[in-house]
Ligand binder design. Sequence first.
Ligand code: NAD
Length: 250
Amino acid sequence: MRLEGKVAIISGGARGQGAAEAKMFAREGAKVVFGDILDDDGKKVEAEINEAGGEATYVTLDVTSEDAWQQAVEAAVERYGKVDILVNNAGIANWTFGDDASVEDWDRLMDVNAKGVFLGTKAVIAEMRKAGGGSIVNISSISGMIGQTTIHPGYNASKGAVRILTKSTAIQYAKEGIRCNSVHPGPVMTEMTAHGWRDPERRQLTEQRTPLGRYADADEIASGVLFLASDESSYMTGSELVIDGGVTAQ
Ligand code: NAD
């Protein structure tokens, strides 16, 4: 198993990509603490993993709260003894743009998507040091690499912040064996993009713009996250893993 003996924390794990990662990590032998603000969904995922023979604990975690992060790390250490892996996956999108893009939405996007990653990283470093190293995987987006016209500019800015924060974290802690890489998904079929794929016209537009001609399944992103979380990527830090069906190759 690819994560045998590892303890992982995953944010935003109640649904979508985070839930796919929690399940995949548990199947690969990791003990998983995953947090979200959607407690009912989170507890369902927790039960599913444990019934399938995995080990996982759901915690309430608002990634904008430093205290909540501290509690999540404490839960991981109390239950499973250490922290080896952090996946900063929680995120929000906002589909207003142009003149409709508000300052309130900008602040919220930056809070959850960018500050949430900073707080998560800050919360795990001491435990990763104790464990002799670790792997942090930050979920950015192709929106952190290219400009887009039909999403709040704060989404692009927050994901660009995650991209460069990853490199800053990578070089800051490299000497301590703590690695940090970013993942840049293209369109993924989750609740976040439901307004797009539930609308036949919008869906067709996205599929036409994507060389592979379809949305990704959450597991196709989780596979990349698993690779970066595991020791298989031991010489990678500060790098960007693009999983976008070819969108940014055009
Ligand atoms: P999703 O909406 O299904 O899942 C996001 C999860 O984050 C949800 O469970 C949500 O409750 C949680 N969350 C939101 N705010 C939170 C907070 N303050 N504290 C804790 N949890 C919070 O969407 P997804 O597609 O699974 O998104 C996962 C990540 O991938 C996000 O960072 C997103 O920006 C990124 N991403 C998504 C796509 C896509 O097309 N879906 C593309 C590129 C990047």
